[in-house]
Design a protein around this ligand. Structure first.
Ligand code: DLL
Length: 432
């Protein structure tokens, strides 16, 4: 088991050799099993034999979220549906989800990667771990769950939505580890303080991710709860949580490089960035069977450090994320694109496509208000049936985003028109 903390780490040369061997196999696999990649490679005049090592990776085409959307739902799967044992899905840019399929082997590798991350956070089979990421199509809940079971910890599959029950069980069960978003953990810390139960807490460690957070926020969580907190990264298209995680030195997130080959590119020129430079993170999945991806553009901005970590691990480390290349927002752990709101509003005849999303953080929980302009035809001195219309839009938005938003209908011509690129988002959240 590679995640065993006593296992010796590979040298850089050994890792590169393993990655090259796996890449060669992968390219042959996608060429023969995924029409999309076969076509792309043929258009570039590439044959599988042209890729001999990771040094040749730049010859290969990129893959984007749009490619997944255009091949919705299962068009990029490399195996027949009978070999897929689970699917997860994440928001697409304009409403259609991106669907990810896993074979039994994919699930087993996923659990191992998460297990490595939990091990970095000090989780062992002695722990009782609450998984408070959402279970369902989102990869957080079931992903963290699989890794915790792999380690043999006692898993409490809380999911999200009932904080009172979570704090009660945390105390009653003597929970020692938790996996959830960092903002939610801050919220939980406030609840525990209000309840006066901090001194009954057995919690030691937390594995937080799915949204950006800073070292300052980590220290705040650690101080409030008297625990250590670790940053876990992942994205559904590539796998889910467990692609990378930080160790107790918190000097970047160790990438599970034997399964996910990282590159940093300059997204303006689409060329590799210089060593240590910040750019867009790109992953090639080296071992996935269900939905293998070649040079998938994550849109996340970071840099890579290949030096050996103080913890002794030799795996490449990505720095904490510095933002995104696109306009994706993460609200309560849910990925939201403004274009999804626009696409949903087009179907509501009573309103115009002018809207403004106001994102804030109250008591460490994200809030979303969407202001929508009523259509002139439906506007009189008082907007008729305002309550009903608000409910209708709330429903449409909830269906589109998978998230509740407060809807505020405003008079025609109220929202600011932009002369340049339209501004649809005011994000008041402060990442401290
Ligand atoms: O958020 C998977 C996940 C679940 C990761 C639980 C960690 C814990 P998606 O919903 O597809 O998957 O969202 C992926 O979320 O491209 C980043 O922009 C952002 N993200 C994920 N983890 C982190 C992190 C899951 N630790 C997108 N720091 C990614 C900053 C993160 N951003």
């Amino acid at each position: 088991m590679i995640w065993n903390p006593n296992k010796e780490c590979m040298s850089r040369d050994e890792m590169t050799a393993l990655q090259s061997a796996r890449l060669v196999k992968l390219v042959d696999y996608v060429y023969h099993n995924v029409e999309f990649y076969r076509n792309k490679m043929q258009n570039l005049g590439l044959l599988p034999g042209d890729i001999k090592s990771v040094e040749d990776i730049t010859k290969l085409p990129f893959t984007t979220k749009d490619d997944l959307r255009d091949n919705y739902p299962f068009g990029l799967f490399a195996v027949p549906k009978t070999q897929i044992v689970r699917v997860h899905a994440s928001s697409g840019t304009t409403g259609k989800a991106t669907v990810v399929g896993y074979t039994r082997r994919d699930l087993s590798i996923w659990s191992e990667c998460v297990a490595r991350c939990l091990t970095m956070a000090g989780v062992t089979k002695e722990d009782i771990i609450q998984v408070a990421y959402g279970y369902g199509l989102f990869t957080g809940g079931l992903g963290a769950h699989g890794g915790a079971e792999e380690i043999g910890a006692m898993v409490v599959p809380m999911s999200t939505g009932n904080s009172k029950k979570l704090t009660t069980m945390m105390i009653d069960f003597g929970v020692t580890a938790i996996a959830c978003t960092p903002s939610y953990l801050l919220h939980i810390s406030e609840l525990l303080t209000e309840e006066g139960s901090l001194d009954k807490l057995k919690l030691r460690t937390a594995v937080c991710g799915a949204e950006p957070w800073t070292d300052k926020m980590r220290k705040e969580i650690e101080t409030r709860l008297n625990i250590t907190a670790h940053d876990i990264y992942g994205l559904s298209e590539v796998m889910g949580p467990g692609v990378a995680c930080d160790c107790s030195y918190h000097k970047g997130l160790h990438v599970c490089e034997d399964h996910f080959y990282p590159e940093i590119i300059n997204s303006a020129t689409m060329t590799p960035s210089k060593a240590g430079e910040t750019g867009e993170l790109v992953f090639t999945t080296l071992t996935k069977e269900g939905l293998p991806l070649i040079r998938y553009r994550t849109k996340d901005l970071t840099s890579i450090d290949y030096s050996v970590c103080q913890c002794g691990r030799t795996s490449a480390r990505i720095s904490k994320f510095k933002g995104r290349v696109d306009d994706m927002l993460i609200i309560r752990g849910v990925n939201v694109f403004p274009s999804q709101v626009e696409a949903a509003l087009v179907d509501v005849k009573e309103v115009t496509p002018h809207y403004m999303m106001i994102v804030d953080r109250v008591n460490n929980l994200d809030t979303l208000e969407i202001q929508v302009e009523i259509n002139n035809e439906y506007f009189t001195d008082e907007i008729k049936g305002l309550e009903k219309l608000t409910q209708k839009i709330s429903h449409v938005i909830n269906q589109a985003l998978g998230l509740n938003a407060k809807i505020k209908i405003v008079e025609p011509q109220t929202l600011v028109r932009s002369e340049g690129k339209a501004v649809h988002v005011i994000d008041k959240r402060k990442l401290y």
